[in-house]
Design a protein around this ligand. Structure first.
Ligand code: CO
Length: 134
């Protein structure tokens, strides 16, 4: 069901210094910061030859990544995003298998303008999983 690894998301306490680290030290292709108010984050996209890294920092009140940063002040890996061809079919298959879909269970528009869903980390080896329809 899952296809390519679309991205790995890393929450960081300082987006500018994290972007500089990936650009200047690791030599990666790094975007300008993109505010995503509906998701409560500002994102920097790091484009790698075979995937992407998303650097996330909290935006606004009640950011979903603020509590994560309190637990991991230096930052840390937040989620993996796998591509699926049909997000509703994937959701229904996973629900039938007993997996918990977070939030309203209806896809929202993700950072790349495509439908996304999140799956409970306790059902996936302790890792928050994002599905993105491509
Ligand atoms: Co993501």
């Amino acid at each position: 069901m899952i296809g390519r690894l679309n991205h790995v998301a890393i929450v960081v306490p300082d987006l500018a210094s994290a972007a500089a680290l990936y650009r200047d030290v690791l030599g990666a292709d790094v975007s300008a910061p993109v505010p995503l108010p509906t998701h409560g984050v500002t994102t920097v996209f790091v484009t790698l030859p075979n995937s992407k890294i998303e650097l996330l920092s909290p935006l606004g009140e009640n950011s979903p990544v603020a509590a994560f940063l309190e637990r991991h002040p230096a930052g840390g890996m937040h989620h993996l995003c796998y591509e699926v061809a049909d997000i509703l079919a994937a959701r229904d298959t996973l629900k039938a298998a007993g997996a918990r879909v977070l939030g309203s269970q209806e896809p929202t528009t993700g950072a790349h303008g495509k439908p996304v869903l999140f799956l409970h980390p306790k059902d996936f080896c302790g890792t928050l999983i994002e599905l993105e329809q491509v």
